[in-house]
Every structure is written in C-alpha cells, then in structure tokens.
Ligand binder design. Structure first.
Ligand code: CDP
Ligand code: MG
Length: 541
C-alpha cells in the first residue's frame, strides 16, 4: 500500500495484512491532525473506517515501554467495545509490548482485574464498568494522552452523559480528545466541544446522512404480515447474512421464534440476554453459523460484519439516527447492501420523518408474490443439482440405489418427484399465498384542517410508563369540560407524548392538570410548538 504518511513499519505491515488497500477519506484527513496533537471530531458515513482513524494514530503515538494507561476508548455497547479491541489488536499485531484490555458490564470483574494486572496501555470500555474500575481504583488515568468517544453523539445523549462527565473529570486536562460518529446533531456538537480544546471538525458526509451504498426500500404491509414479508424477501434476495431490527425485546423474542418455525436459521440478541449469550450469538453470526440475527438497537451502532447484505426494519425505528445506524450495518467499505423497512399504517408518518431528517429517498417497493418466491426456490434446487452433476462427485453408491428403483414398479418421473419432496425444507408454517401488499396514505387524522386554533401539549409520560391513548383521554376529559373528540393527534412516544386541543382549553388544562398524578406519576405538561404540517412534502433527493 502506498501511504503518503509516516507511520511505524509495524503498523503499516499489520494494516496491509488486514487488506487495507488505501486509507479512506476520513482516515486521510484525521490521522495527520491526530498525529500533530489536535482534538478532532470525525463525522463520516457508517462503514468508512473510523476505528482505524483513531486507532492508527493512537498506536503510533503511545509509548509501549511504559506500563500506565495512555488511551481510553469509550463505546456505547459491550459488543462494540469487544470489536474495537479486536480491530486494534489486529493493527497492533507487530508492536512489541502493546497491551489492550476491554472492560464492560456483564463480564466477571475478577476476569478484568486479572487482565488489568498486566498493565495495559489502552483500555476499551463501556462507561458504567469504566466508572466501577475508577471507583475501585483498579484503573488510573493519571497519564492518559488520548480520550476517544466512539459513537460520540450516542455517548453524549442523556442517560450516558452523566457517566461520561464523571470519566472526563478523572482524566488529565492535558490530553487529546477524539469524537467519532456517523451522526452528529448540531445540539450535540456544542456539548462535544465543551470537552475539547479547539477541535477540528472533519466532516466527510454530504447532505444525506445515510450510506448511499445501501439500496433502501420500504414496503406497506399489515403488522400481522410482516413476518411473511421478511420470509419472502429473504427467499428472493438471498442475502448472505441479514440483520433484522425490532423496537422491543419482546418483539425480538416473538419474531425469532416465528422465523425458526419457518425453518430459517436464526438467533437473537438484546439487552435481557446474559452477556455470554450475547457475545456467543454475535460470534455465530460473524462465522455464518446463523444466517439471520434478530436484534434490538443494541446491535444498531458500530458493528462491522462484512457479509451482512441486508438489514430489515421489522419496526420503523423511532428516531432517524437509529435508522442511519441500523442500515449502516450493511454496505460497508467497498460492499453494497440492501435495507428493507416494513411499514404498517401507523408508521408511515415516521418513514416520511426519517426521509426528511436524513435527506434520503427511501423507495417504495412491493413484497414479492408467493409465486415469485416459489420460482426462485425452484430455480435454486435446479442450480444445486446441476452444480452437483457437473462436479466430480463419486455417485457410485447412488447408482446402486437408482438401479434398484428403476427395476421396481415406479416410473422415473415418480422417483424424481418423490426425491424432490424429500428435499423440501420442513417448515411448520403453512404457506401464505395471498398478496400482502397494502395501500394506505399517511393518516389523515394527523392533519387537522386548521392547526392554528389548536394548542399542542407535551406530556412527560410515554410508552415506557405504559401510557395509552385512553389514559390520555381519561386524564384530560375527567377534570375538564371537553369532549373526547376534541382531544386530537395523540402521539405516544417512548419517553413522552403529545396531544392537541382547541386553543381556548389551553390555560384551563395547564392550570388544572399540570403536576397532577397520572399512572401514579407526576404529569408534567408544557406547551409544544405546533406540529409540522402534514401537507408539507418530505424531501425527495
Ligand atoms: O466505524 P465505521 O463504521 O466508520 O467503520 P469501521 O467499524 O471502522 O469498519 C471499517 C471496516 O473497513 C473494517 O472492517 C476495517 O478493517 C476495514 N477497512 C478500514 O477500516 N480502513 C481501510 N482503509 C480499509 C478497510
Ligand atoms: Mg465505528
């Protein structure tokens, strides 16, 4: 490889062996800055080599004769921490004395203590467990030179941010701070910069935030037909590996079971499974022992598995950045991929929102007919048999059986069809031959004719509090003289919800209901901006 960059020969040799033919743009742009001591925010599409963009300069600049921790890389999930560890170990293969240790929750702490005794120079960690070690004083960062937040925008979201803040307080001021992600909302950049000194913002991303090597399609189907839709798409496209995302763990469990019953070789990963199981399933997927992995968003960020050729959204993700990261598990460096998003009536609105925010056009397609699925399956059998006939397999034992069969009362046709029958995969699910495509438009009830006369409320409770539409109706209508049909456009999201009422109810609702009890919790109300008009066309790029 021709590198127009001075690097240790050990690193060059290792990355050549890893098959890096050239550096990617984000690597070309950020590595020199990092070598020169700058703080950097690196923003580039999924699968463009951001790990090496921070990994290479860290390996180049650390002193591996020393025994203290000099670099800390934080990642949002355990699986990603392990992957970064493995990738950096490959790059460090020829560097003598380089020790990298991963610390993450769910892994026995004794195990980690043992590895930490070997005095690693680099730690890859998830925030929670890193703080545990800090508090136990089993890791010290007094000599830290590099602090990296991979998937930085996720790490700086509420929920993680407190932990991150704690860790920043435990590391020297005199350090380089690096942040990388494929999504960097403006609101987060401000926060990111507060941890950095004159950071260089390197953005290798155009208008659209999704990776354009992924062909993105969506399908309108009823919820109850989504499994059938996946089954058909898997059979027609035949991706090497597929990753299917659901919004909840329960849905992951259910779908996995349904696919197994249909004879699909799959397994699942989500936050309620023991850590060893999570890592085992991922390994099976990596090694193509399973063809399909069903997952929650724990698998949405960072995972790099080349053979993933298709990503399915069984559920439309609730946020646009989830969509970007989910579909970014395919189409990685030099590969192309497909993403298939299954959309039921209530989700269409969200697809348009994702298109608008990511400035991407997701094309509408139709689910293949059952006949098409059969055609493809049949052709595959013919191809397989032809390939076998053309190979130099020894068929002697088979000839013996055949001769016996021919001498029996069966005809040749009968023998062949009976053999084909035996080949059929044993699925316990009956074939669904119906056309499962649906036609519907964005819900009209979402678009009242005149929004200017409406007050829109934000309520601090949502799906995670088991809030339902009728809870909101009961809440509003029991204490206020308002008819249930005047409470409109109810939207229940994970952590909060919205509803609209005619303007003249606004003050009374605020006064009477704010800070009262709902579902045993404090109901905090605030006035929200009017909803974006549904008449507005989404971006078509
Ligand atoms: O973090 P990001 O999504 O940008 O990508 P990654 O997880 O670092 O994955 C990049 C993949 O491309 C890895 O499998 C690397 O081994 C490979 N690669 C690279 O990082 N840089 C190159 N110049 C060539 C290949
Ligand atoms: Mg990455």
């Amino acid at each position: 490889m021709e590198l127009n960059m001075e690097l240790r020969s050990e690193i060059k040799q290792a990355i050549e062996e890893m098959g890096f033919n050239a550096l990617t743009e984000i690597q070309e742009l950020t590595i020199p800055l990092l070598l020169a001591g700058k703080d950097v925010i690196g923003h580039s599409h999924t699968g463009t080599g951001k790990t090496a963009a921070f990994g290479i300069p860290i390996l180049e600049k650390l002193d591996f004769n020393q025994e203290f921790v000099q670099a800390l890389v934080l990642a949002p999930t355990r699986e990603l921490a392990v992957q970064i560890h493995d990738e950096m170990m490959r790059m460090a293969k020829y560097i003598p004395g380089c020790r990298i240790v991963t610390v993450f929750g769910g892994d026995p702490i004794t195990n980690q203590l043992y590895k930490l005794k070997k005095k690693p120079q680099i730690i890859i960690g998830t925030p929670g467990r890193t703080i545990d070690h800090l508090e136990r004083k089993t890791i010290r960062f007094d000599h830290l030179k590099f602090m990296v937040l991979d998937e930085a925008d996720e790490m700086l979201k509420m929920g993680f941010q407190e932990d991150i803040e704690k860790i920043f307080q435990a590391v020297p001021e005199d350090r380089q701070t690096l942040m990388f992600s494929a999504t960097m909302p403006r609101t987060i950049i401000g926060l990111a910069k507060s941890y950095m000194i004159n950071p260089e913002m390197i953005k290798v991303i155009g208008e659209d935030s999704t990776n354009q090597d992924v062909s993105q399609y969506y399908y309108k189907v009823r919820r109850e037909n989504k499994t059938e839709a996946i089954y058909r798409l898997l059979n027609v496209y035949r991706p090497k590996l597929s990753l299917i995302f659901c919004n909840t763990k329960v849905q992951v469990d259910e779908l996995t079971q349904e696919l197994i019953e249909r004879g699909i070789n799959c397994d699942k990963i989500h936050g309620d499974l023991p850590q060893t199981t999570r890592l085992d399933v991922l390994k099976k997927f990596h090694n193509s022992i399973i063809d399909v992995m069903v997952a929650t968003d724990v698998a949405a960020r960072g995972l790099d598995i080349k053979e993933v050729e298709a990503v399915f959204n069984y559920d439309v993700p609730e946020k646009a950045d989830y969509y970007v990261h989910r579909i970014g598990r395919t189409g990685r460096i030099g590969n192309i991929g497909y993403s298939f998003t299954l959309v039921s009536k209530g989700e269409l609105k969200q697809v348009e929102e994702i298109e608008r925010i990511t400035k991407t056009k997701i094309k509408k397609r139709s689910i293949p007919t059952y006949d098409k699925v059969l055609d493809v399956k049949n052709q595959k059998i013919i191809d397989k048999i032809q390939a076998l006939v053309a190979s130099d397999t020894n068929f002697e034992p088979q000839y013996e059986i055949m001769n016996k069969m021919i001498q029996s009362t069966m005809t040749e046709d009968q023998i062949i069809v009976a053999l084909l029958k035996m080949l059929e995969s044993k699925s316990s699910v009956e074939a669904n031959v119906a056309d499962i495509n649906e036609e519907f438009e964005t819900k009209k009830s979402w678009a009242p004719t005149d929004e200017s006369n409406q007050a829109r409320f934000h309520l601090n409770l949502g799906k995670q509090d088991d809030l339902t539409v009728s809870d909101i109706l009961d809440f509003v209508c029991s204490k206020i003289k308002i008819s249930r049909k005047d409470v409109q456009n109810i939207a229940i999201l994970t952590e909060f919800s919205f509803f609209s009422v005619p303007q003249h109810f606004r003050d009374e609702i605020m006064k009477t209901l704010n800070n009262t009890k709902l579902k045993g919790k404090r109901a905090g109300l605030s006035i929200s901006k009017p909803r974006r008009s549904d008449q507005k066309k989404p971006y078509r790029g």
